[in-house]
Design a protein around this ligand. Structure first.
Ligand code: SF4
Length: 363
């Protein structure tokens, strides 16, 4: 299985917490950028992909007519028979024309960045949409693209924000009945809001319990879905399957026997347009490091990692790795379920530390 990712690095405004590459002053380059992405695609070895993910940035913020021409050309090169095709959008730019493009090209998932339904929190995060935009966008999507599944993103555990405010966002999101919800814990990797106090563990548990009670299954550390609606493309990332990434700041992953190579594009719209087939970074991982990477990424999936498959491909785990796994099991962070190693609820809460503890012992 392999996925195709296309980065659309244009945003109307830069949100304070965002770590993704995007530009707010490059919309005049949109057409040339799309030409470059298609040139990049044409140069790829792989010609068939199971999943398509158009992310950003804000794909819904480019003129729908340009998006439509781009998708038409993209489908003529890569085919249109993806098993899953997702486009990201922000609610303020979800217009009837944008949704018509989603419908006309049969895109199967629309992923909307809501983050919060509280006006004060939206301002705090630097979002440019309001609460009402979210409801209007979700309802229009249902009306114009009834066959497209909806994912709504939210952020919880935001420093200085009361848990009750975040739970109201969750209730609002559930009221819109999306097929999929991504609930991200606020990133502390950023300087943004760094001085404020975090909310603590209860927010994680409250979000999980509430979404489960509403019929969503938690299948990944930040992702919940109704039956059959897990994101196949994103599952491919967590399982370190092959994907091609096109566009500025996009990454490509290619597995080979015993290892994998990650290649990244330059994080600059103009430089990418100048040479879309060039890579700015390459990182090769093999042997025990490749095995460790697969185990650590795989623990994000709540049904865990299949050890028989790992052993078949990489051989036995080094002793130090086995010792650390046993220690994490004794501490109630990990557990075995048949041949699968998975995180417990306690391990979910401390996943970063679990991953770091395992990664640290690799040679
Ligand atoms: S709209 Fe999304 S991609 Fe753009 S700056 Fe905000 S969070 Fe980042």
């Amino acid at each position: 299985m392999s996925g195709l990712y296309i980065h659309v690095p244009f945003c109307k405004n830069k949100c304070g917490y965002c770590g993704f590459y995007s530009a707010t002053d490059a919309y005049d380059l949109t057409e040339r950028y799309f030409d470059a992405v298609l040139k990049d695609l044409s140069a790829r070895k792989r010609k068939k992909y199971e999943t398509l993910y158009i992310g950003g940035g804000t794909p819904s913020s480019v003129p729908p007519v340009l998006l439509s021409v781009f998708l038409d050309r993209l489908f003529s090169i890569a085919g249109s028979d993806f098993e899953e095709s997702t486009i990201e959008a922000n609610s303020e730019s979800i217009t009837a024309d944008f949704l018509s493009v989603v419908k006309d090209f049969g895109l199967s998932r629309l992923s909307v960045g809501c983050q919060s339904t509280d006006e004060g929190v939206l301002k705090l995060l630097g979002r440019i949409h309001g609460r009402e935009d979210i409801f209007r966008a979700a309802q229009s999507a249902r009306r114009i693209c009834p066959d497209t599944a909806l994912n709504l993103d939210m952020i919880f555990d935001i420093p200085s924000v009361e848990n009750s405010v975040q739970m109201q966002t969750l209730a609002d999101i559930v009221s819109l009945s999306p097929e999929h919800v991504s609930a991200y814990s606020y990133s502390f990797d950023t300087e943004y809001l760094k001085s404020a106090e975090p909310c603590g563990e209860s927010a994680f548990i409250d979000v999980k319990r509430s979404l489960e009670a509403a019929g969503y299954h938690k299948y990944e550390i930040s992702n919940f879905a109704r039956k059959g609606h897990g994101s196949r493309h994103n599952i491919g990332y967590w399982m370190l399957k092959d994907y091609d990434g096109l566009g500025a700041a996009a990454w490509t992953l290619e597995n080979y026997d015993g290892g994998r190579e990650l290649r990244g594009k330059i994080s600059d719209v103009s430089a990418y347009i100048t040479d879309p087939t060039a890579y700015a970074e390459t990182d090769r991982t093999d042997g025990v490091q490749a095995l460790g990477q697969e185990l650590i990424f795989g623990l994000r999936m709540l049904d865990g990692v299949d050890f028989s498959s790992l052993k078949y491909r990489y051989g036995d785990l080094p002793n130090i790795f086995n010792e650390r796994i046993d220690k994490l099991i004794a501490e109630g962070m990990l557990t075995w379920q048949m041949e699968r190693l998975k995180v417990t609820e306690k391990g979910e809460l401390l996943l970063d530390s679990v991953q770091e503890f395992l990664w640290d012992c690799l040679p």
